[in-house]
Design a protein around this ligand. Structure first.
Ligand SMILES: [Cu+2]
Length: 159
C-alpha cells in the first residue's frame, strides 16, 4: 500500500458531502488484548468490527493508552511462513464485518507502558480518514477463548 492507494481511498470515500462527526457507527465486539509475560515490550489486540452505518469507513491508524504506538497488521503466508505486514489503512464498507483475530489481522501494540495482566482494562482507539476517532475498551486476556484457537504463536518483533 502506498500513497496513491491512500489518495484513491480518500477520493472514493469523499463524495460531495464529507462525513460529519457522530456519523460513524462502528460496532466493536469481543475486544481484547493479549496478556504478556514480564519484559515483553509488545502485545497484540483483537476485535470484530462491524460498520452499522450507511457509508464506508476508512481507518488510517490506531492507538492505545498503554502503548507508545499501535500498528494495524495483517498476516500472510509467504513460502510456507506466516509473515506480518503493516496495513496502511483499512476500508470497511457499510454492513461489512472485519475480524481482527490471532493468525489474521491484528493490532500490534508497541512499547507497553506496563505489563498487561489478565483482567486489566485498556483502551483501543481507531483514527479515521475523516479525522474522527472511535475508542473502545479492551479486556486483557491470556487468549481469545475461541474454540478453534490453535493460537498461532507468530512472533511479533519490531525487526
Ligand atoms: Cu503484528
Amino acid at each position: 500500500m502506498n500513497k496513491s492507494w491512500m489518495v484513491a481511498l480518500a477520493a472514493g470515500l469523499c463524495p460531495l458531502v464529507p462525513a460529519v462527526a457522530g456519523d460513524v457507527s462502528l460496532e466493536f465486539d469481543n475486544v481484547w488484548v493479549r496478556a504478556m509475560p514480564p519484559f515483553q515490550p509488545n502485545s497484540a489486540g483483537y476485535f470484530t468490527l462491524t460498520n452499522r452505518g450507511e457509508s464506508a469507513v476508512a481507518i488510517v491508524s490506531a492507538s492505545s493508552n498503554v502503548a507508545e504506538s499501535v500498528e494495524m497488521h495483517t498476516t500472510r503466508e509467504v513460502d510456507g511462513l506466516m509473515r506480518m505486514e503493516k496495513l496502511q489503512g483499512l476500508a470497511v464498507a457499510p454492513g461489512e464485518r472485519v475480524e481482527f483475530t490471532p493468525g489474521g489481522k491484528h493490532l500490534m501494540l508497541f512499547g507497553l507502558a506496563f505489563r498487561l495482566v489478565p483482567g486489566d482494562d485498556v483502551e483501543i482507539c481507531l483514527q479515521l480518514i475523516t479525522d474522527e476517532e472511535v475508542c473502545t475498551d479492551a479486556e486483557v486476556r491470556m487468549d481469545g477463548g475461541t474454540p478453534d484457537s490453535q493460537d498461532h504463536q507468530h512472533h511479533h518483533s519490531t525487526e
